[in-house]
Design a protein around this ligand. Sequence first.
Ligand code: GTP
Ligand code: MG
Length: 148
Amino acid sequence: MEQSYIMIKPDGVQRGLVGEIIKRFEQRGYALKGLKIMNVQRHLAEKHYEDLSSKPFFPALVDYIISGPVVAMVWEGKGVVATGRKMIGATNPLASEPGTIRGDFAIEVGRNVIHGSDSVESAQREIALWFPEGVTEWTQVAKPWIYE
Ligand code: GTP
Ligand code: MG
């Protein structure tokens, strides 16, 4: 089953949005397969966003991600990568629809609360990067009530 790497950024943690964000993915029907709160080493933040290393905002982005603990998660379920991105909303929160996480809880692109993998391939790379120990195997018994 498809998995996505979802990360509550330091502003989301400090603003007390962890429960709200987990609630949204859980209520949608996705299964939480990995979860930890952690302070991020600079090299891990740089590796995670390596595709953006040439951007002018890259140093500020890395400083932002290492500025406080993040909540690292792996969520599993049908279409979770694309649907997770829809639930998160546009990169710039001023362009995010109300009802999305960024559209409900953020204003600035450099404080946009949450990360979600942008493709299945990125998700696999990011899950390996953030959960080298692996995730937790468990069977969601509600599956027949969520999937046809
Ligand atoms: P993530 O889920 O965090 O990867 O965001 P995204 O996929 O919606 O956007 P992208 O991967 O292009 O950018 C990664 C992160 O860099 C964004 O979430 C922002 O925090 C930051 N970022 C992107 N564009 C800008 C920008 O123009 N200015 C600033 N200050 N930050 C930016
Ligand atoms: Mg991205």
